[in-house]
Design a protein around this ligand. Structure first.
Ligand SMILES: Nc1nc2c(c(=O)[nH]1)N[C@H]1C(S)=C(S)[C@@H](COP(=O)(O)OP(=O)(O)OC[C@H]3O[C@@H](n4cnc5c(=O)[nH]c(N)nc54)[C@H](O)[C@@H]3O)O[C@H]1N2
Ligand SMILES: Nc1nc2c(c(=O)[nH]1)N[C@H]1C(S)=C(S)[C@@H](COP(=O)(O)OP(=O)(O)OC[C@H]3O[C@@H](n4cnc5c(=O)[nH]c(N)nc54)[C@H](O)[C@@H]3O)O[C@H]1N2
Ligand SMILES: [Mo]
Length: 741
């Protein structure tokens, strides 16, 4: 999120692509409703389904899944044609918009209507309403990301905002509504397979920075890997770990995956559940550390070496968590862990002890900084405070230096002393923003509630775009133009990211020999804190002030391009807008694109499948299905189906139907009539598990753990397909065939 939920109350227009906050973020949705009521904001919803969010919208477009890029190009076509764009913003703060303008010219409203299914008048009406009411905020969530072109979608939306000058503005920005409690924190800590915490890459330099900060020998870290090269190689992702076991597609590591340790994932939430089941069966060892009876252990027929470790919940543990808008919250324990359950950290510590690396695992929490170097400063640690201190000490990239446990606890104790729209502190909290939204550059910095805002000083949360990719590309300036000076900054216009070598020149200062001796190489690894200190003194952010890149020379598509889903109902369009060639070694496994799309699947599987969420269930659903009261609200798995489509197949409301996927898998679920979905598509919630392709797995639940509701998993029939950059599964745009059961 570049802005935050309260800030949406400053918006004059709100456009939502592929998110259903009325259901999935009902508390946050109140800010959107307030913007409507108090600010007379126009609410626009783009969704293949008429959702509860759409029901509150002024304008709604029923888009075909996977065609948001054409829709947004259609908007840009009109924006540039009518001169609704922000010329000076683009000139000073954007790189490569001319390439986008060229592509947008091709997307006439008629062409967009053909591809997206949204009629010309609706596109025009939506574009005019959005482009002429500023500031406008753009919201998205899983409807944009869960596609083979998900990463292009997530570039396209900011480009739309950049064209209108809506970035770095109160009431503007891209507000991506995140998922789980603390999912932003989990991402920031990089519970991911291709980066270190804080988005530091896998280069030797990054590993050495962490080795130094953890007080461990780099060589020791290197020896944890099969070969030194593997240390710099992306790992498997959650989306396709099972291919590491099954190896039906070529994998790029010496040995297959033989053990799976699950700590906080439902497993049936992963696409290709039938393959997941096969992989689980084939494992040597399966461990789930869980508060509930994780259905990974239920859908497998594996009879030995399956362990369920009772794990405490968030209410039985303490520490900092990060909210969707980059703010930190301190959370206190409500009760001690119940029965024999242990907290997540206790389990991890026990694991580290058993495998002989406990000392290395915890040493980072006993380190501090002396003379710009990380050194061991004590012999014991205090959980969780010292974990938070370790994070604050190391993570410069996103500016977590200011997140000390003491500050976070003060915010927790003063919840009532902050304004909900500005996040500004009142009384004892004056001068700080609630939750110290990152970047929070130093212990004196108040946090940054709205990213990339150059209209306020850096000491009040201002900054430009990060100068991450050098100062120029093929002779063109990548730094911000002369009119994009951050308010109050000593440095005019754009400037590069600060390093030990350039800081004196860029800021016009003179460092003492001692300062030079203790300063880190650049702002990302400067443990001395001097770079941040001098940057703030000069009124600039340490990471530079550059142009946002609309054109990215390192990506598969330099500007976002429409590519049809792998399983498209419009085979004619797949010829015109083909997917990528198959990709070798995509997170250690060959991944199919064109070899899937070359078949006209729609002939046999003519119905579009999209999946998503219900308000009373979450994720894989085991938590809520274990509650008698919540399970009673939706006791059975179902498919939302338009009566007109159902009629064609002789299906009545409440009938059981089989849904078949191109993968050869099938599920048996109840048909539920609704006009929310169009007659060419069905919708499945993905919160059920416990029944696999018609087979009831009830006997596999350990005694007393069977939830009140079980059902087929939607992911048994979601289609094969993965994003070209992130590998997120294409669970929002597939094809199926249905029949009456
Ligand atoms: N009650 C509840 N709340 C939750 C969760 C939950 O499971 N239950 N999960 C949490 C998590 S982890 C997350 S990530 C968030 C997700 O929050 P959302 O992204 O809002 O969740 P979804 O319902 O999966 O998808 C949103 C919408 O995208 C639409 N959509 C599908 N395909 C497309 C497309 O191609 N284009 C467009 N424009 N729209 C499309 C769907 O019809 C759906 O209405 O919710 C969080 N909140
Ligand atoms: N078809 C389809 N599939 C999807 C999606 C979709 O829209 N459509 N959405 C995707 C998205 S965005 C997401 S985020 C995933 C979500 O999918 P999951 O990550 O599987 O979501 P949850 O069911 O919330 O899983 C969390 C698990 O952690 C356990 N747990 C809860 N608290 C704790 C704790 O404190 N410690 C430990 N160790 N465990 C705990 C819960 O019991 C639960 O089993 O699903 C993805 N899958
Ligand atoms: Mo999510």
């Amino acid at each position: 999120m570049t802005n935050h939920l309260g800030d949406i109350q400053n918006s004059k227009a709100i456009i939502i692509f592929g998110a259903n906050p009325a259901v999935n973020h009902p508390v946050g949705f109140k800010h959107i409703l307030k913007a409507k009521e108090r600010n007379n904001a126009t609410l626009i919803v783009i969704d293949p389904r008429y959702t509860k969010t759409a029901a509150k919208a002024d304008l709604y477009a029923r888009i075909r899944p996977g065609t948001d890029i054409p829709f947004m190009y259609g908007m840009l076509h009109l924006i540039f044609k009518h001169g609704w764009h922000d010329e000076s913003f683009i000139k000073d703060r954007v790189f490569g918009m001319e390439h986008v303008i060229k592509e947008a010219k091709k997307w006439t409203p008629e062409k967009v209507a053909d591809v997206t299914g949204v009629d010309v008048d609706t596109l025009i009406e939506i574009t005019r309403a959005y482009a002429t009411s500023k500031p406008g905020t753009l919201i998205w969530a899983m409807g944009l990301t869960q596609h083979s072109i998900g990463s292009s979608n997530t570039r396209m939306a900011p480009i739309l905002q950049l064209s209108l000058g809506n970035m770095g503005k109160f009431g503007g920005g891209c507000n991506i509504l995140r998922g789980h409690d603390n999912v932003q924190g989990a991402t920031d800590m990089c519970c991911l397979s291709h980066s270190l915490p804080g988005y530091y890459g896998l280069s030797e330099g990054s590993w050495k920075y962490f080795a130094h900060n953890w007080g461990v020998d780099f060589k020791w870290l290197q020896r944890r890997f099969d070969t030194p090269k593997m240390m710099h190689t992306k790992g498997f992702t959650l989306a396709k770990w099972w291919q590491g076991v099954l190896r039906e597609e070529k994998i790029y590591q010496r040995t297959p995956i033989r053990a799976l340790w699950v700590q906080g994932n439902g497993i049936t939430s992963i696409a290709q559940t039938a393959k997941v089941q096969q992989a689980l069966d084939k494992l040597d060892l399966l461990v789930v550390a869980e508060p509930f009876a994780n259905e990974a252990a239920v859908i497998t027929n594996k009879k030995d070496n399956v362990y369920i470790l009772p794990t405490a919940t968030q209410f039985e543990s303490e520490g900092s968590v990060t909210a969707t808008n980059r703010t930190a919250q301190w959370r206190s324990k409500v009760v001690d862990p119940l029965y024999e359950s242990k907290t997540d950290e206790e389990i991890m510590f026990a694991f580290a002890k058993k495998f002989g690396f406990y000392d290395e695992f915890v040493r980072g929490m006993m380190m501090g900084v002396r003379n710009g170097k990380a050194v061991k400063v004590k012999n014991t640690f205090k959980w969780p405070e010292d974990a938070t201190r370790e994070i604050a000490r190391i993570i410069k990239t996103i500016g977590l230096t200011g997140w000390t446990p003491e500050r976070l606890k003060r915010h927790q104790q003063n919840w009532h002393m902050f304004d909900e729209v500005t996040l500004k502190g009142i009384g004892p909290m004056k001068g700080e923003y609630y939750g110290l939204p990152w970047p929070c550059w130093t212990e004196d910095h108040p946090g940054s509630p709205v990213l990339y805002n150059i209209d306020i000083p850096v000491m009040e949360g201002g900054m430009g775009f990060r100068a991450r990719f050098g100062t120029e590309y093929k002779g063109q300036d990548l730094l911000a133009g002369p009119h994009a000076t951050i308010k109050g900054a000593k440095v005019k216009g754009g400037y590069p990211e600060l390093t030990k070598d350039n800081i004196e020149k860029v800021l016009g200062i003179k460092l003492s020999p001692r300062e030079k001796a203790i300063m880190g190489k650049n702002w990302k690894v400067d443990l001395s804190g001097l770079i941040a200190k001098y940057a703030l003194k000069a009124g600039v952010a340490p990471y530079g002030n550059a142009r946002a890149r609309a054109y990215v020379w390192t990506f598969p598509d330099k500007i976002p391009m429409h590519r049809e889903p792998l399983h498209t109902p419009r085979y004619d369009l797949a010829k015109k807008y083909p997917t990528y060639p198959d990709k070798k070694n995509h997170y250690r496994v060959d991944t199919k694109y064109m070899s899937i799309q070359k078949t006209d699947w729609a002939k046999e599987f003519p119905i579009i499948l999209t999946t998503g969420r219900l308000v009373m269930y979450s994720g894989a659903g085991i938590i809520e299905r274990s509650s008698k009261y919540l399970a009673a609200l939706v006791p059975e798995m179902f498919a939302s189906i338009n009566p007109e489509l159902a009629y064609k197949y002789g299906i009545k409301d409440g009938d059981m139907i089989w849904i078949h996927s191109p993968e050869g898998t099938k599920i048996k679920v109840k048909a539920r009539f609704t006009y929310a979905v169009a007659p060419d598509r069905i919708f499945l919630p993905y919160h059920f598990a416990g029944i696999m392709q018609g087979v009831d797995m009830s006997d596999n639940y350990p005694e007393g753990t069977k939830p009140y509701a079980i059902g087929e998993s939607a992911n048994t029939v979601t289609n094969y397909g993965y994003d070209i950059v992130t590998q997120i599964p294409e669970t929002k745009a597939g094809l199926v065939r249905i029949e009456k059961a």
